[in-house]
Write a protein that binds this ligand. Structure first.
Ligand SMILES: *[C@@H]1O[C@H](CO)[C@@H](O)[C@H](O)[C@H]1NC(C)=O
Ligand SMILES: *[C@@H]1O[C@H](CO)[C@@H](O)[C@H](O)[C@H]1NC(C)=O
Ligand SMILES: *[C@@H]1O[C@H](CO)[C@@H](O)[C@H](O)[C@H]1NC(C)=O
Ligand SMILES: *[C@@H]1O[C@H](CO)[C@@H](O)[C@H](O)[C@H]1NC(C)=O
Ligand SMILES: *[C@@H]1O[C@H](CO)[C@@H](O)[C@H](O)[C@H]1NC(C)=O
Ligand SMILES: *[C@@H]1O[C@H](CO)[C@@H](O)[C@H](O)[C@H]1NC(C)=O
Ligand SMILES: *[C@@H]1O[C@H](CO)[C@@H](O)[C@H](O)[C@H]1NC(C)=O
Length: 575
């Protein structure tokens, strides 16, 4: 009889608990990763307990009712995973602790008083009660990266992204509910200032105690302390039956509202996201890397001549594969050039800012300053930077932003890469050629001279007879001096049909018939092609298209690639 009464009594208790949607966990209960590993909510949709993390186990709350065991909360997320031999004890004196086989205790929750019971609620909130059944601790108050329906991100608190989908430890992005009423996204390890922000709700100044809330119908909004909605991030009104909604700041730094159907074939779908540009989150690419959009996806690239620190790990950033310039010891075997990274923006941490007219001047200013490792140029302002550069991203359509990076080329490499044929062109020769040619826009004259030579016009005999220049020596282009050219072209006043010659030179170049230019003379074709290409660039009618002096020099010595020049006539027609 007594046992029957007890049974009825017990059934009554269970029924009441069931009606309240609760499954109570009593003191003295325990979990282990390998046997009973979790306590489920009444609905069975959420569970609190062990889940697999890396090569061990972590404790948290996760979706239990669906195949994807998505984790929504983790205890001590930055502690190393536990071994299979640990036990989670809800001790008889009301502490919730994880005990290792060696007897080391780790607290899972830190309530202000001893707990009397615990519960995994159907809302996804894991709570501890005192003996008066008052909640003394809840997982909802210390969110990690996710907000569930009914959960709030209260003032001063933040969500942190995870390292990866399978590693719940703290990643590199955060979402903060600020005391100025603004909800803002930043990279981790930055102060809360606008220059580091990459998303904001724009509700600053709307109150000092604002919360981010998620309602059952999928409405995500900002609420002030007297209950006024300041802003709806999503309008809500989504179906509430058999669907669950949650908001998460994802590994990639974007926060999204997800829905999931509770039926077996249900899946996750993104209802809303804070940004559609995956390059928005600052720092996605680590130091010295920059983000580019590749279709809908973000991709990280390294600065020129830099390589990933850890292959495949974007946040590890990039490092240079050469020795940095030193102001103290000049390493003679190293030479530095500037490489352009167009259409990119970076954090401005410049040590010097110059108002300079052109990109080329900016490039040159950094090149000659041994302290300058990179420069950013925009709208006539040149900013000299030290490495590392961070928060880099490519901004397409904004051609005003350009970065220049100082990279080393060892002088021995130049000779290896660019064998210059039978004759070695000394830097001085190239310099003289480069300067004289670009200074006077005279590459045309070289072409003319070649043409004259080819056609055996009088100029050839005159110069040759004078004995100043021995044109019978092959590959002699480089040894033309300014005065030689002057003589050959009769003080540049020779009535040459320039335009026709230009076109002829270009068509020879286009048709790869360089030999025509020099007739049957035995010349270094590559060097000739180089000179011709530079020449064609220098004679363009549009001055802004002509390369700078320095560029000409670099082009001639083969340090930089020479793009295919446009036809000299094509620009005339567009002007
Ligand atoms: C923790 O649980 C294990 C297994 O139930 C038990 O052996 C151990 O004594 C418990 N420790 C405490 C402090 O309650
Ligand atoms: C909440 O917003 C309403 C409407 O803007 C405003 O009247 C009220 O003072 C605000 N409450 C607080 C505490 O700022
Ligand atoms: C903020 O407002 C909530 C009510 O929405 C209140 O419970 C809480 O105490 C307030 N916090 C602060 C720091 O004023
Ligand atoms: C937010 O959405 C709710 C429900 O749709 C609506 O009642 C409220 O007026 C909206 N508030 C704002 C500020 O848009
Ligand atoms: C997920 O569910 C939505 C709506 O239920 C559906 O449109 C979508 O195709 C599903 N996606 C996948 C990958 O099954
Ligand atoms: C650095 O890497 C780039 C590209 O991979 C290469 O062209 C360059 O020669 C390398 N520089 C050094 C000093 O190794
Ligand atoms: C990437 O590298 C950083 C160190 O630079 C490390 O902290 C992080 O855990 C790595 N991420 C992954 C997914 O391995």
């Amino acid at each position: 009889m007594a046992s029957l009464l007890f049974f009825i009594f017990l059934t009554a208790i269970i029924t009441t608990e069931a009606q309240r949607g609760e499954s109570i966990v009593n003191l003295g209960s325990s979990l282990t990763p390998t046997s009973k590993s979790s306590w489920q909510s009444q609905s069975g949709f959420y569970a609190f307990g062990f889940y697999q993390q890396a090569n061990g186990y972590a404790v948290g709350v996760f979706f239990a009712g669906i195949p994807e065991k998505t984790v929504v909360w983790t205890a001590n997320r930055d502690k190393p995973p536990a071994l299979a031999s640990v036990t989670l004890n809800f001790t008889s004196d009301g502490r919730l602790i994880m005990q290792s086989a060696q007897g080391i205790d780790t607290a899972i929750a830190d309530p202000p008083e001893r707990a009397a019971s615990a519960s995994m609620l159907d809302s996804g909130n894991f709570v501890l009660y005192n003996s008066d059944k008052k909640i003394i601790w809840q997982s909802f108050e210390s969110p990690t990266n996710t907000l569930l329906q009914g959960q709030r991100l209260t003032v001063g608190n933040e969500l942190f992204s995870s390292v990866s989908v399978s590693d719940q430890s703290t990643g590199i992005f955060r979402l903060k509910m600020q005391t100025d009423g603004n909800l803002v996204q930043y990279p981790v390890q930055t102060t809360d200032v606008a220059e580091y922000a990459y998303w904001a709700s724009g509700t600053d100044g709307k109150g000092s105690n604002v919360s981010l809330c998620l309602d059952d119908d999928g409405r995500l909004y900002l609420l002030n302390s007297t209950g006024t909605i300041l802003k709806n991030l999503t309008q809500g009104g989504y179906p509430t039956k058999d669907v669950v909604y949650f908001m998460r700041i994802d590994v990639d730094g974007i926060f999204r509202l997800f829905s999931h159907n509770l039926d077996k074939n249900g899946n996750f779908s993104v209802i809303w996201s804070s940004s559609n540009n995956k390059c928005d989150p600052k720092g996605l690419c680590g130091l010295n890397g920059f983000c580019t959009m590749n279709d809908q996806d973000a991709n990280c690239l390294c600065l020129p001549d830099f390589a990933s620190v850890i292959e495949g790990n974007w946040s590890s950033g990039c490092e240079r594969n050469f020795t940095a310039e030193s102001c103290k010891s000049k390493d003679g075997s190293m030479k530095y050039i500037m490489k352009a990274v167009p259409n990119t923006v970076w954090e401005d941490d410049s040590f010097s800012s110059l108002t300079i007219l052109t990109k080329d001047d900016c490039e040159a200013a950094c090149l000659k300053d041994c302290n300058c490792e990179a420069a950013t140029y925009r709208d006539g302002v040149c900013r000299k930077q030290k490495l590392p550069l961070r928060f880099g991203r490519r901004v397409l359509g904004d051609v005003n932003n350009i970065a220049f990076i100082k990279v080393a080329i060892s002088t021995s490499t130049i000779n290896k890469i660019e064998p210059l044929g039978r004759e070695k062109y000394s830097r001085k020769d190239i310099m003289i050629l480069g300067i004289s040619l670009s200074a006077f826009g005279l590459i045309m004259s070289v072409i003319s001279a070649i043409a004259i030579y080819k056609n055996r016009v009088r100029a050839y005999r005159r110069v040759s007879n004078s004995g100043n220049v021995d044109l019978s020596m092959d590959v002699s282009l480089r040894s033309f001096t300014y005065s030689d050219l002057e003589k050959m072209t009769n003080g540049f006043k020779e009535e040459l049909e320039e335009a026709i010659l230009e076109e002829w030179a270009y068509s020879c170049f286009e048709a790869l018939e360089l030999d025509k230019l020099v007739s049957d003379q035995d010349v270094d074709k590559r060097q000739l092609e180089r000179i011709l290409k530079v020449g064609l660039w220098c004679i363009l009618d549009e001055p802004s298209l002509r390369p700078s002096m320095k560029k000409v020099l670099l082009m001639l010595e083969g340090t930089v690639d020479i793009p295919i020049p446009p036809s000299p006539t094509s620009f005339l027609s567009t002007v």
